[in-house]
Design a protein around this ligand. Structure first.
Ligand SMILES: [Zn+2]
Length: 106
């Protein structure tokens, strides 16, 4: 399982990937963060982020199951098709955080 502190993947603007190789991954993580925090904020989101893995070079058609754990501030994702799974942290101060309240430190 991936455990990613997205801060480590961002440049100094905190809005873009630090290196070009991370651009796609940062974009997907941004989608996951936006989705998870929007749901937590009570907003309705029509588009659930899709899986971005390419098992056997074919794009996975999975829809990600995404959950924000408000106790740990970890956002967990899981693909029920290919089993890709991960946790992202470090998103609290980023523009993709849709929660208008600061997330409490428990
Ligand atoms: Zn998948």
């Amino acid at each position: 399982m991936w455990v990613i502190n997205i801060q480590h993947w961002l440049d100094e603007t905190k809005t873009a990937a630090a290196v070009p190789q991370l651009r796609l991954k940062v974009k997907k993580l941004a989608e996951i963060i936006t989705y998870a925090t929007s749901v937590a904020a009570g907003m309705t989101i029509d588009s659930i982020p899709k899986c971005w893995r390419r098992p056997k070079r074919k794009p996975c058609k999975g829809i990600l199951g995404i959950h924000l754990d408000e106790n740990t501030n970890q956002i967990h994702w899981y693909c029920n098709i290919c089993g890709d799974e991960g946790v992202v942290t470090g998103w609290e101060g980023l523009i993709w955080n849709m929660l208008d309240r600061p997330v409490e430190d428990h």
